[in-house]
Write a protein that binds this ligand. Structure first.
Ligand code: 13P
Ligand code: SF4
Length: 306
């Protein structure tokens, strides 16, 4: 075993720490991670863990969400530069302005948002439960119109799936997923006519409408693993393809374009994780008043996603 991996595992034991890693991380991180998955899975794990320290190999809002759900634990983000560019497209003032333009309509925030933004919202969702969350609000609360932020494409995709709810979206987007163009899908289909196309709902709708399956990172992986098909064109971040190739060598996975990488997800290295554990850096904290409101919004989602 790599010496650094051994040292990290030793520190983990000593400090009663757990490492949560998003599947867009560099695949080497999996060697030390206790849990690897999408944002919903990782927020559930952060909620359940009895570790004393959580090291989050992901982007800032994910570590912040872990802190909201485990306020008594020390939550560490190995590299502070790792912010989600979509989450940074809306701040507290902008969410208030968005709400004031559309008063008295429930507000759903994608988990890719800051604690401050979440504190102004009624309900949270991730890409894997967004349809279920809006459907529950429709059926349980009689809601037929919602505000959705920050991702306009996820919001519009949910609207299309349900068909009978109006979703007013904030104009945020993921710069990584928006690099995927319809012509990329058409060209890949021409080159691999038997392959199934699997896409993330953060992609433009002109892209998702060309896919055979649209789902969260875990959804995409599950579809590929369980399918009898052998060849898949993957329209999401490279980390998903790296893991599928590593774990299922008998199938073929084609990344739609080599440039589909979230640069901020790739900051963390094994050395950064070691440093984070050793020096107990960089600790994430959230203002108490903000945390109280933001956690309510996340807990409402977790309740529905049980
Ligand atoms: P998941 O909810 O699929 O983990 O996606 C998070 C994300 O940031 C995708 O870009
Ligand atoms: Fe944010 Fe996009 Fe990176 Fe996901 S892929 S963390 S939405 S910038």
């Amino acid at each position: 075993m790599n010496e650094l991996v051994e040292k990290i595992n030793e520190l983990k034991k000593q400090k009663k720490a757990v490492i949560l890693a998003h599947c867009y991380q560099n695949a080497e991180i999996d060697e030390v991670a206790d849990f690897v998955g999408d944002s919903l899975y990782l927020s559930q794990k952060a909620n359940e863990t009895d570790a004393e320290i959580i090291v989050f190999a992901g982007v800032y809002f994910m570590a912040q969400t872990a802190k909201l759900l485990s306020p008594d634990k020390k939550v560490l983000l190995p590299r502070l530069e790792s912010g989600c560019r979509m989450a940074d497209m809306i701040d507290l003032e902008q969410v208030r302005e968005f709400k004031s333009k559309h008063p008295n309509i429930p507000v759903i925030c994608y988990i890719n948002s800051t604690a401050e933004v979440k504190s102004e919202c009624d309900m949270c969702c991730t890409s894997s439960n967004a349809v279920k969350i809006v459907k529950t609000m429709q059926e349980r609360d009689g809601v037929d119109e919602v505000l959705f932020l920050p991702d306009t494409y996820l919001g519009k995709w949910v609207e299309q799936q349900l068909g009978n709810v109006k979703i007013i979206t904030y104009p945020g987007f993921c710069p990584t997923h928006l690099q995927i163009k319809p012509k990329d899908i058409l060209e890949a289909r021409k080159k691999y006519p038997d392959a199934k196309v699997l896409a993330h709902p953060e992609c433009h709708q002109e892209v998702t409408k060309l896919a055979d399956y649209v789902g969260s990172t875990t959804g995409i992986m599950k579809y590929a693993i369980e399918s009898d098909e052998k060849q898949f064109i993957i329209a999401t971040e490279k980390g998903v393809v790296d893991r599928l190739k590593r774990d299922y060598p008998e199938k073929e996975f084609i990344l739609i374009k080599e440039s589909i990488i979230c640069p901020n997800m790739k900051w963390h290295t094994l050395q950064d994780i070691y440093n984070a554990l050793e020096k107990e850096q960089h600790e994430i904290t959230v203002d108490e008043e903000i945390a109280k409101k933001a956690v309510t919004c996340i807990n409402r989602m977790l309740e529905i996603s049980k």
